[in-house]
Design a protein around this ligand. Structure first.
Ligand SMILES: [Fe+2]
Ligand SMILES: [Fe+2]
Length: 279
């Protein structure tokens, strides 16, 4: 497994080692699924296998989990499941059992093959299925490790909520340096041209309206709402927020965003995960 390596110097007495795993895109199904879902699962599994050189997504996740044993914390940043089928949920439950980790949603974690969509109502509908086995809340959660606060925020629908703004404020109140983990990267002009080339969407939270319009963006959820703009302003102005870790683009990149370093991680099924060393 290839490790992308990020080192942050925050003046800690003892270094903290974090593993970020993202975009495993598990695409299993079972007999009970509809014919449409089974067909889609078959096609997508074949495509993922081709992209990964013949190694299954499950095998890649297994390898990542073995490596995670040597780290102080494990954070999943979305699209661990390509779809929330019962087969995928059971697989995840059995693979993650007994572990401590943070898990935030990606747009695919609640994307159903039957409807070919992953909307807000799908996210709400599948939240309970995930909460049955996750040790954390995929909407927003945190974990304090060795004097660092790891905070996850679900931005998989390209927005932050007012509840999440209040949550980050309460985390800031703990007084620890914060590393933010999200699925969609925060807007950076450096990511967006490549994102449009690959995905025909900006793929980034907080993309200014003029940038969306200039690219003829058709995804109606992308223009940032007031709560999203408030979150971005909070991130920009809060010195305790030290760095942002995202994924979703399926290519690795990094840039300074809102005055903070932001790192985008490639999919686990591409045989890549990110090691974060905080000193
Ligand atoms: Fe993904
Ligand atoms: Fe995604």
């Amino acid at each position: 497994m290839e490790l992308l390596r990020t080192e942050l110097d925050l003046g800690l007495a003892q270094s903290v080692r974090i593993l970020q795993v993202s975009d495993c895109h598990l695409s299993a199904c079972c007999e009970e699924d509809s014919e449409k879902a089974k067909e889609k699962s078959k096609k997508k599994t074949a495509a993922f296998l081709q992209e990964s050189g013949g190694v299954t997504q499950e095998q890649r996740l297994k390898e990542a989990l073995e490596l995670a044993e040597d780290y102080d914390a494990l954070v999943f940043t979305g699209d661990v499941a390509d779809s929330p089928s019962q087969a995928n949920l059971q697989l995840l439950q059995s693979m993650l059992e007994g572990r401590r980790y943070l898990y935030t949603f990606g747009n695919h974690d609640y994307y159903t093959y039957d409807s070919d969509s992953g909307k807000a109502e799908d996210r709400d509908r599948f939240l309970d299925d995930f909460l049955r086995f996750l040790p954390c809340d995929p909407s927003m959660d945190s974990m304090q490790v060795g004097g660092v606060d790891l905070v996850t925020l679900d931005d998989s629908l390209a927005q932050f909520s007012w509840l999440q703004v209040e949550f980050l404020k309460s985390e800031i109140g703990k007084g620890l340096p914060i590393l933010l983990f999200v699925h969609l990267p925060l807007y950076s002009p450096t990511f967006v041209p490549k994102a449009y080339e690959l995905w025909e969407s900006s793929m980034c939270v907080g993309t200014p309206l003029e940038v969306l319009e200039a690219h003829g963006e058709t995804d109606p959820k992308m223009p940032p709402e007031a709560s999203t703009l408030a979150m971005l302003e909070l991130i920009r102005t809060e010195p305790l927020v030290k760095a942002v870790f995202a994924s979703h683009l399926h290519f690795a990149d990094e840039a300074e965003v809102l005055g903070k370093p932001q790192f985008v991680t490639t999919p686990c099924y591409h045989n890549t995960i990110r090691e974060i060393i905080v000193k």
